[in-house]
Design a protein around this ligand. Structure first.
Ligand SMILES: Nc1ncnc2c1ncn2[C@@H]1O[C@H](COP(=O)(O)OP(=O)(O)O)[C@@H](O)[C@H]1O
Ligand SMILES: [Mg+2]
Length: 463
């Protein structure tokens, strides 16, 4: 159905109003003008009460000094007629077929915010954002994403702090270029030393062999000498025992030869052994002893290097985590952007920043001009209930006439009916209220189609 608008209203004895009849412009602005305290806001209060139910009832709805109680009669563009009358301001609703209805029928197409825009304007950033996101149906998704983004930021900050600390620690640790990459083993050095000692032992054995051979040669020499003496003794007896002794002599001579050649052989061995022994050189264990002595300092420095390597690795891993978290945040923000981009926002330039504040053309609520605030509020309120084709706006005097005219043109182009009040009695006013009555002395409203006002040119002409 077409958005519902207010076709006409007739008010009597409501608050400051004595009697007022208005046919609001169908699209765009209807400005109720007048000096202070003449009953402009009473008109809006009366509409809100008529349509919004008893919770919108003014504290003192019946005009002081009025002969009859307040009487309200509102006709809507969908044919529904709403009345309040009697001393309790009882509600009477009649639909286009003449059937009676109740507040429930009105609530189907009426927006509470449209009747009470100050509630939206004066609310918190959070209230306004919630109103928009509720309308779009993406409030929960966006809140979830924003929660994820916030916690990712927090995590990344913690990781970053940790990574910087780890990197600084790694940078401070000492390192050495002049040591092996692995710690030196005492067991290995001892093993090498033992090998050398074993080889030296072999050498010792060979030296002992020389002594032994020398000793043996000595023995043999003694026995040659003994035999020689025996020969001499035998020769002395030779004359007496020539015949008997001949055999013995020859036997002894051969034994002599035998021993002689044995000695030669032994001397040869001795010579060789001596030469070998002369060539022997003991290896030094000094280097290894030094290594063993140095081992503690070397290993301390090796440990330094290993600690540094580990610290650098830990810091690098943490830095990588930080980079990964940045990528996560980036992708969450992209998703958030896509979510908002994909939602049918009721006004171009409207968005929600990461702190959950509504923005319009990049400005937060506090930085918007009051006409921009009205435009944003109106668009969102409109979107919360597309069937409600009007909003009530008090205190339009906060806008200069130029801005007011632009706002009116925008509302008109949106097919939105705006009924507003403004202090003043100038041409910008559709009607002027004076002492609770429409000032009839002003030029008559164009009849029968006041809705066709061309705001842009009307305002241009008034300057
Ligand atoms: N029930 C009432 N009877 C008579 N006067 C009232 C009643 N309620 C409010 N007023 C008076 O109406 C005036 C304000 O009316 P209002 O419609 O707010 O004026 P405007 O918006 O044009 O400044 C105040 O002087 C207030 O005392
Ligand atoms: Mg007022």
């Amino acid at each position: 159905m077409d958005p519902v608008k207010i076709s006409s209203l007739e008010l009597e004895n409501v608050k400051r109003i004595r009697a007022v009849q208005i046919k609001p412009t169908k699209d765009g602005l209807t400005v109720i003008g007048g000096r202070n305290g003449q009953g402009k806001t009473s008109v809006l209060d009366a509409i809100a009460w008529a349509l919004g139910g008893n919770k919108m009832k003014p504290d003192n709805p019946n005009r002081d000094g009025g002969a009859t109680p307040a009487k309200l009669h509102v006709e809507l563009s969908n044919g529904i007629v709403v009345e309040r009358r009697g001393k309790n301001g009882t509600l009477y609703v009649t639909d286009s077929t003449g059937m009676k209805g109740t507040q429930k029928l009105l609530d189907e197409f009426l927006s509470q915010l449209a009747l009470d825009l100050p509630k939206f304007l004066g609310g918190s950033d959070k209230d306004r954002t919630n109103a928009l996101l509720n309308t779009l149906g993406i409030d929960e998704q966006l809140a979830a994403l924003d929660g994820q983004i916030r916690s990712a930021y927090q995590q990344r900050t913690a990781i970053g702090t940790d990574a910087r600390r780890l990197r600084a620690h790694a940078d401070k640790l000492p390192s050495h270029d002049d040591v092996p990459s692995e710690p030196v083993s005492v067991a290995e050095l001892v093993r090498q030393q033992q090998e050398i000692l074993a080889r030296n032992g072999e050498n010792q054995k060979k030296r002992e062999n020389v002594s032994r051979l020398e000793w043996e040669c000595q023995g043999t020499r003694q026995s040659i000498e003994h035999i020689d003496q025996s020969i001499k003794a035998a020769q002395k007896q030779l004359d007496e025992y020539v015949r008997d002794a001949n055999e013995r002599i020859s036997r002894m001579q051969s034994e002599y030869e035998e021993q002689k050649s044995k000695l030669n052989a032994q001397l040869g061995d001795l010579e060789t052994a001596k030469k070998t022994a002369e060539q022997l050189v003991d290896e030094s264990t000094a280097e290894i002893e030094q290594s063993i002595a140095d081992i503690e300092s070397v290993n301390a420095r090796v440990a330094d290097n290993q600690r540094k390597e580990e610290a650098v690795q830990v810091a690098t891993e943490r830095e990588q985590e930080y980079a990964d978290m940045s990528a996560t945040i980036e992708s969450l923000r992209d998703r958030r952007m896509a979510l908002l981009d994909g939602a049918p926002l009721p006004l171009e330039g409207l968005s929600v920043d990461e702190e959950g504040r509504l923005t319009y053309q990049g400005q937060t609520w506090g930085d918007m001009s009051s006409s921009e605030q009205l435009r944003v509020a109106t668009a969102i309120v409109r979107a919360t209930k597309p069937d409600c084709g009007f909003v009530l706006l008090d205190k339009l005097e906060q806008m200069d006439t130029q801005t007011l005219s632009e706002f009116g043109a925008w509302a008109q182009s949106e097919g939105l009916q705006v009924i507003g009040t403004r202090v003043g009695t100038g041409d910008e006013c559709t009607v002027v209220i004076e002492d609770g009555l429409v000032d009839e002395s002003r030029e008559p409203e164009p009849e029968p189609e006041p809705a066709k006002t061309d705001w842009a040119s009307a305002w241009g002409a008034s300057k």
